[in-house]
Design a protein around this ligand. Structure first.
Ligand SMILES: Nc1ncnc2c1ncn2[C@@H]1O[C@H](COP(=O)(O)OP(=O)(O)OP(=O)(O)O)[C@@H](O)[C@H]1O
Ligand SMILES: [Mg+2]
Length: 238
């Protein structure tokens, strides 16, 4: 297995920070963002086995439960995942909102999309729990330099990841602060035409209020409202 798979967030940052001094990467005249993209591109073109891709997904915020099941999916959920992956891979679509009741496989679809995109050499997707990210961001305002740097690195990675999955956004209230922070990230990605998948339990009319008008209009332009209207895979407990 590649060493990269065992790298922590901090080690990844060290690699990026040290890139300008590393002669074989030839980064001397590049800015941090360009270096990051260059490294991502190099990693994206590497050949990985299916198990290694699953490990990469886990390193990028997907749970083991979802990462290990990407090749065991069945039913309509799988069909949706395949269709969405194809559209993201071809560039036909760059944003989607996936919604439905709990347990319908939304996060599982996201993991499958990440898996398929990496198989198509488009890099590894990043999954972020929206409320956790916003909590960290708020805490960093009064935090030390290290905390500020950690959140800055995470934000940069969210802006640049080949696929960003904003999961469980239903947990947030959609106040001005939350909308502004998410809009800034989504807008950057929209401009770069890299795919963003937003996941929640809310119906579109409620989601619109939480996400705010800016993200919503971009979503509508992309035509990416996908309802998971089948039964929960979690069974009677739901
Ligand atoms: N197509 C599928 N085939 C088999 N199992 C699946 C499929 N889709 C999802 N599952 C399994 O069903 C369970 C629930 O899926 P998942 O966690 O993705 O639901 P969810 O819609 O994200 O729920 P929540 O809204 O609570 O976050 C998981 O164990 C997942 O691996
Ligand atoms: Mg989920």
């Amino acid at each position: 297995m590649n060493d990269f798979l065992a790298m922590s967030e901090e080690q990844w940052q060290v690699l990026i920070d040290s890139a300008p001094e590393c002669p074989d990467l030839g980064h001397s005249d590049m800015k941090a963002d360009e270096i990051r993209e260059d490294i991502s591109r190099r990693l994206a073109t590497k050949e990985y086995s299916d198990d290694e891709i699953k490990a990469l997904l886990m390193a990028e915020g997907f749970d083991k439960l979802h990462a290990t099941k990407v090749d065991q999916m069945t039913g309509r959920c799988l069909k949706f995942a395949e269709r969405l992956s194809d559209r993201f891979i071809s560039g036909e679509k760059t944003m989607a909102y996936l919604w439905g009741i709990r347990g319908t496989g939304k996060t599982q679809i996201a993991a499958r999309v990440g898996f398929r995109m990496r198989k198509a050499s488009q890099g590894v997707g990043r999954r972020v729990l929206v409320s956790e990210y916003l909590k960290l961001l708020k805490a960093s305002y009064n935090g030390n330099m290290e905390q500020k740097q950690t959140i800055r690195n995470l934000t940069l990675r969210m802006e640049n990841a080949p696929l960003l999955v904003l999961d469980e956004f239903t947990e947030i209230r959609g106040n001005e602060f939350e909308q502004e922070e998410l809009t800034r990230i989504v807008d950057k990605r929209y401009g770069k035409m890299v795919p963003t998948l937003i996941i929640g339990n809310d119906k579109p009319e409620d989601a619109m209020n939480i996400l705010g008008p800016s993200i919503w209009s971009r979503l509508q332009e992309n035509g990416g409202l996908i309802e998971c209207d089948w039964e929960s895979y979690r069974g009677a407990g739901k």
